[in-house]
Write a protein that binds this ligand. Structure first.
Ligand SMILES: [Cu+2]
Length: 68
């Protein structure tokens, strides 16, 4: 299992949190997604076939890019 914790500056409310958790958890292989509104931090855990490149691409696509 891989995991990553990163900042998503575009998080502004609970709706953003729900959107990110719903969209990212639909990726094949993603085990858990936890987003926190207060500090704009997201933690994702995944196994193959998911990978960080795919997760980062999805976040950009839904307009919540991870801060590099
Ligand atoms: Cu929002």
């Amino acid at each position: 299992m891989d995991s990553k914790t990163f900042k998503v500056p575009n998080i502004t409310c609970g709706h953003c949190v729900m959107t990110i958790e719903r969209e990212v958890s639909e990726l094949d292989g993603v085990k858990s997604v936890k987003a926190k509104e207060a500090d704009k931090i997201v933690t994702v855990e995944w196994d193959a076939p998911a990978n960080w490149a795919g997760i980062a691409a999805l976040l950009e696509e839904i307009d919540y890019p991870a801060e590099a």
